[in-house]
Design a protein around this ligand. Structure first.
Ligand code: ASP
Ligand code: MG
Length: 424
């Protein structure tokens, strides 16, 4: 017997038929003797519709441009999950499963006061655990909690993944199963590389890199939380037949387990290739080489909420001038240039150069920590395809390479194959 939190996303509960299908997945786990809590999202598209309604409301007289009361926003957009939790509880009851729905405030899921993008501070799992022991299934509305002001708070878009992982941590679940519209995590985007393989296991740190770089399987924050609390998180498909024999395999069901690296026996050197298209590069030429220059550049960019990524500064030749290059998403490039122009006197650079339409390709793997030559392999493989490298950054478990966007696909395929990730 295991204690499992099962999370179903918007496409999995998009209509009543799918909600019944979800109920069959839940019943299967209950029938296998497991203790089960379920976390649901709103029906696909529902949250967008609710957000649209809020945005269409008249502004408070005298309020700033797009200002509306964030607490009322939360009251409205949290309602989608209230509906699906109740519907799923009814579907389960109709199958003879003892189930009841729970809203965030009833548990309670306590959050901070950042309405619209709140963080979970604490979850009291004791009542859920008591109900497990009575054989009851809890169906919990994801994406929501209650703030210190005792009002509803939502966790930011995609937040029900985070709800599920947090609840799994609070009840000390053996596993948090994330049921979604893909059947696991792949070595790279399978739409781009048909030879991509589904991984059996991936370490938390690696998944964090994959998720931050655009593998949109899980909300990044939920992976961070899983890593901190060591919640074994299993990504699997809700569209698989709930009663297929392999689905009842308690030890090795189809999907990808995100877990501690200790649990991964056959650790590969490289586990995945991620990419981000639509990157822009900005270079500041001939900056003064003195304390405070970086702060003068990146402080104002951060204040303008521009997400800066690869940062490369060279060591100056004569101790007086240096160059600084960094990347931002293409959509932020104009804004970044504007900010830099405004700060020119403070920063003290000669010229700014920029280029958009670039791609950042990243090679990810924990095994890099203990293997030499991983980066050299990538550079050689790209050279053989005549792909020019514009900038390189590395961390302990990642190599990121900036190239011309037109070569993104070729680079991803090449690296995927050179590290032996292709499906045979
Ligand atoms: N329904 C919320 C959203 O669309 C939360 C979620 O689905 O994770 O953002
Ligand atoms: Mg989601």
């Amino acid at each position: 017997m295991a204690r499992i939190v099962m999370k179903f996303g918007g496409t999995s509960v998009a209509d009543l038929d799918r909600i019944h299908n979800v109920a069959r997945h839940v019943k299967r786990e209950v029938d296998a003797g497991n203790q089960v809590a379920v976390v649901v999202s709103a029906m696909a598209g529902k949250t967008n519709e609710l957000v649209g309604w809020v945005q269409a409301m008249p502004k408070v007289a005298g309020a700033k441009a797009s200002f509306y009361d964030a607490r009322e926003y939360d009251a409205i957009v949290a309602s989608g999950e209230q509906v699906t939790s109740g519907l799923l509880a009814i579907a389960l009851q109709s199958m003879g499963v003892d189930a009841r729905s729970w809203q965030g405030w009833q548990i309670p899921v306590k959050t901070d006061n950042a309405h619209g993008a709140a963080r979970i501070l604490d979850i009291d799992g004791s009542e859920l655990i008591r109900r497990f022991e009575m054989g009851q299934v809890a169906v919990v509305a994801g994406f929501q909690g209650v703030g210190p002001d005792n009002r509803l708070a939502t966790l930011g878009r995609g937040g029900s993944d985070t709800s599920a992982v947090a609840i799994a941590a609070a009840v000390k679940a053996d596993r948090c199963d994330i049921y979604t519209d893909v059947d696991g995590v792949y070595t790279t985007d399978p739409r781009m590389v048909p030879k991509a393989r589904r991984m059996k296991k991936i370490a938390f740190e690696e998944m964090l890199e994959m998720a931050s770089l655009g593998a949109k399987v899980l909300q990044v924050r939920s992976v961070e939380l899983a890593m901190v609390h060591k919640v074994r998180t299993f990504v699997r498909s809700s569209f698989d037949d709930p009663d297929a024999p392999e689905m009842s395999d308690q030890l090795n069901p189809p999907g990808t387990l995100i877990c501690d690296e200790e649990e991964i026996v056959e650790q590969e050197v490289v586990t995945g290739i991620a990419y981000a298209k639509d990157e822009a590069q900005i270079s500041l030429r001939r900056l003064a080489d003195r304390p405070g220059v970086s702060a003068a550049i990146f402080g104002p960019l951060a204040d303008s909420h521009i997400n800066v990524d690869m940062i490369v500064q060279n060591i100056s030749e004569d101790g007086s001038r240096t160059d600084m290059t960094f990347t931002v998403p293409s959509g932020d490039a104009d804004k970044a240039l504007e900010v830099l122009a405004g700060e020119k006197d403070v920063i003290g650079y000669d010229v700014v150069q920029s280029e958009s339409g670039l791609a950042k390709i990243s090679v990810i793997g924990i095994g890099m920590r203990s293997h030499a030559g991983v980066a050299a392999t990538a550079f050689k493989a790209l050279a053989e395809k005549s792909i020019n490298i514009k900038a390189i950054t590395t961390s302990e478990i990642k190599i990121s390479i900036l190239i011309d966007g037109a070569y993104a696909e070729l680079a991803v395929r090449t690296l995927h194959s050179v590290y032996g990730l292709d499906k045979t």
